[in-house]
Design a protein around this ligand. Structure first.
Ligand code: BG6
Length: 484
């Protein structure tokens, strides 16, 4: 891999501590880092290089599951330098430039520069502008920008943010993180769908009856009420993670596997997505909010009782939606998405339910066959299960569903951030959100945001510890299905 400078804005922050430093360390230990790398951490605090190094060491000890011998740890930490910087002060960027140039010279590396914005979204634009104005992005190598979510707050602000970023970086240089795209099982969808003729030939409306994508969480709003109460499940999960999973599931095999082509087939899905209509939105979208309940035997507060949330908040902590994809592959196959906080279990999964034309084949009521199901567990367990019908070989020969299962649960899988940072260092954008995808996603959710804001759809309350409001059950039941 080419040598580079890795510039981390937000080096003293929570994400850096929990995800970025452990990921960098794991990559280092797995020899997946450039031989020569200068890592510069930036923050407002007046830290020394040594303070940052001690902070990184602590973070790695706490959050990485890689064994760390002291020699490797020391040589890893030697890559780090710190520069205190006020992101809004253009003068400070010259300080950064001095340090950067000095390190590039010491290490004798080309000016390949990766800028990572792990900061509050309100600083994205000013940082990009200052990088440009200060000349930091005029390099004799490449430059790239990694940016965290949320990418905008609605369609309009996302467009504006993109316009401003593109003043300093072009599309090929912008790596928009959606950490779901870094999950090994999501990345595996591409192979599952494209490299298996058996699945590929069934991947359409002739054989599939419906698709269900669930991301349920047991946690509540945690300490993020300030953010979450403004965001809700639609902005926090649906616009990005859920729609990315939908694209990865519904995309069809391209001519050739390349980052451009994968992104093209994902975009095709979004373009074929039937827009929601104001007057029928309620039939397709369910808005929910949790009340008091029981999670793992513990009584938990209602959303409106959480610290930082107003007692009259109408914010969505749950959303379920039925989506139609109007193309020749998926016409007539509903895609159901649901996500929420304080649900019965932590589970992210995709279930493909196949059509069951053999339902009436056997006379006996008890011999009705179950539909074939392909279940892809993404988080916290990773597995693929195919449910088929089989005679019960042991007992009375009755037909019953059995599972063919592959599970990666006993393996040490890489973390999403490891895979994503590695790809960004290589310059492979496959598992980053392209602007087209982001824009089309905001476009699709915008009518939901409007309806929730204007209160034109009901807010269904659900007890914490359940799988959401009854209305979400009815969403699939009225089409003759049930949530798996
Ligand atoms: C984040 C959301 O993007 O994803 C959080 O902001 C959510 O609210 C998290 O809890 C879920 O991620 P994971 O990897 O735990 O499923």
């Amino acid at each position: 891999m080419e040598s580079m400078t890795f510039v981390l804005f937000g080096a003293t922050g929570d994400l850096a501590k929990r995800k970025i430093y452990p990921a960098l360390f794991n990559l280092y230990m797995d020899k997946m880092m450039p031989e020569a790398i200068s890592i510069i951490g930036l923050g407002r605090r007046e830290w020394s290089h040594e303070t940052l190094q001690a902070h990184v060491k602590e973070a790695v000890h706490t959050y990485s599951d890689h064994e760390a011998d002291s020699e490797s740890m020391e040589s890893f930490l030697q890559n780090f330098r710190y520069c205190s910087l006020n992101v809004t002060d253009p003068e400070d960027y010259f300080k950064l430039e001095d340090l950067m140039l000095q390190r590039e010279e010491e290490l004798n590396i080309v000016q390949n520069r990766l800028f990572y914005l792990s900061v509050a979204p309100k600083f994205f634009e000013v940082i990009a502008a200052n990088i440009k104005e200060s000349g930091l992005s005029q390099t004799n190598g490449w430059k790239r920008l990694i940016i965290e979510k949320p990418f905008g707050n609605d369609l309009e602000t996302a467009r504006e943010l993109n316009r401003n970023l593109s003043e300093a970086f072009n599309e090929e240089e912008i790596f928009r993180i959606d950490h779901y795209l870094g999950k090994p099982m999501i990345q595996n969808l591409e192979t599952l769908e494209f490299a298996n003729p058996v699945l590929q030939s069934l991947w359409n409306n002739q054989y599939i009856s419906n698709v269900q994508i669930t991301a349920s969480e047991t946690v509540g709003v945690e300490k993020r009420a300030g953010y979450y109460d403004q965001s809700g499940a639609v902005r926090d999960m649906l616009q990005n993670h859920m729609l990315q999973m939908l694209m990865m599931t519904a995309m069809h095999v391209p001519q050739k596997i390349s980052p451009e082509q994968i992104r093209e087939v994902k975009k095709n899905v979004m373009e074929a997505l039937e827009p929601l209509q104001e007057d029928t939105l309620e039939e397709q979208v369910v808005r929910g909010q949790y009340t008091r309940g029981d999670i793992d035997g513990e009584e938990v507060n209602a959303y409106t009782e959480e610290t930082g949330v107003s007692a009259s908040s109408q914010n969505d902590t749950f959303v379920a939606a039925k989506l139609n994809i109007n193309n020749s592959f998926w016409q007539g196959v509903p895609f159901y998405l649901r996500t929420g906080k304080r649900l019965a279990q932590k589970s992210t999964r995709i279930v493909i339910e196949f059509k069951n034309p053999l339902k009436g084949l056997y006379d006996q009521e008890e011999e009705q066959t179950s539909p074939n199901l392909l279940t892809i567990e993404i988080n916290p367990n990773e597995s693929i299960t195919l449910q088929i019908n089989s005679k019960n070989l042991l007992r009375d020969g009755k037909i019953e569903p059995v599972n063919i299962n592959f599970s990666a649960n006993d393996k040490h899988l890489p973390q999403a951030y490891e895979l994503l940072i590695y790809d960004a260092m290589l310059g492979d954008p496959t598992f980053f959100a392209h602007w087209d995808e982001v824009e089309l996603s905001w476009k699709w959710v915008q009518p939901i945001l409007d309806a929730f804001k204007q209160n034109t759809v009901p807010l269904h309350l659900y007890e914490a510890g359940t799988m959401g409001p009854d209305a979400a059950e009815q969403l699939v039941e009225k089409d003759g299905f049930k949530w798996w």
